[in-house]
Design a protein around this ligand. Sequence first.
Ligand SMILES: Cc1cc2nc3c(=O)[nH]c(=O)nc-3n(C[C@H](O)[C@H](O)[C@H](O)COP(=O)(O)O)c2cc1C
Length: 335
Amino acid sequence: MDLGTSYLRLTLRNPIVASASPLSGDVGAIRQLEDAGAGAVVLPSLFEEQIREEERLIEMLTNVGADSNPEAGSYFPDAMKYNAGPLGYLELVARAREAVDIPVIASLNGTTEAGWIDYAQLIEQAGASALELNIYRIASGPTVTGGEAEAECVALFKAVRARVALPVAVKLHPYFSAFGALARQLDQAGADGLVLFNRLYQPDIDLSRLRWNNDIALSSAAEIRLGLLWLSLLAGRLPRASLAAGTGVETADEVIKYLIAGADAVMTASALLRHGPEYLQTLIADLQTWLTMHDFASVTAIKGLLRSSHPDAEAQERGDYIGSLLGYRGHYVQR
Ligand SMILES: Cc1cc2nc3c(=O)[nH]c(=O)nc-3n(C[C@H](O)[C@H](O)[C@H](O)COP(=O)(O)O)c2cc1C
């Protein structure tokens, strides 16, 4: 059985990728993910706030030292070790690449163009197999239009693309007004992959304490439908970008559905956080069993099997929409 796939111009031994989460935050854990069978691993994001904090700290310590002690430079090493900020991150990239054979995809979440560019270059120099840009922005300001929010993403991507040669993926949430056009623009600008989708952080309200509850809720398989829809609409329509599914994998069923819809790779975080890295073995074994039972010789054989082939995707969507509502109405009346 050939489980291999191609994602971001990289060859993966199987399509299941451990997505960015604390599970891939140190070399030991990354080794465990490789041993359990991960096709590739995405490191947790380096946030620009971490970069700024480290810069601020280094500057503060050098200034204090310069005023009080001629050996100010000796403060530097402490500042470097202070947290697992940017320097620790670059070290993680380099050490992970040495420690495992699977691709190591770094992840960056910036707030300014300069922050993105500088660290994209450093991440490339540290030896990352690829870079995922975690563009997590909510256009909550009342003056930002949908077009502007999309244009900002594309400009940001282009700025990074112009400075690095390694494969670059863009991880996005689905809340853009015209996602298809955004995907096409990113593809034309040289994106090697799109991750559909990041999960939007959504707080809840704790009624007993009358407070916002800011915990992170893990996903469930019920959340795959939007990803399935967009994968099926985009698969085969982007000349360059490969596609990764991003949310709601609980069992191999979700992996298989995503592949059939058109994903080249399928990422999972919540399932691995719930069950541990070794759960990858179950996902891979169940994928293999399903392929064998259905007489498919490879993952490639099912990729995009049910992707949309309608020349007018919007017309198809409308047809499906009306069909399902009318179908439900008929079913409801019969009861
Ligand atoms: C605890 C936790 C930490 C995460 N950290 C990151 C991160 O640093 N960068 C990122 O792009 N996504 C991060 N994510 C999002 C996941 O990579 C993933 O996109 C999302 O959880 C949807 O996948 P899932 O349904 O398999 O959980 C995190 C998710 C969780 C649950």
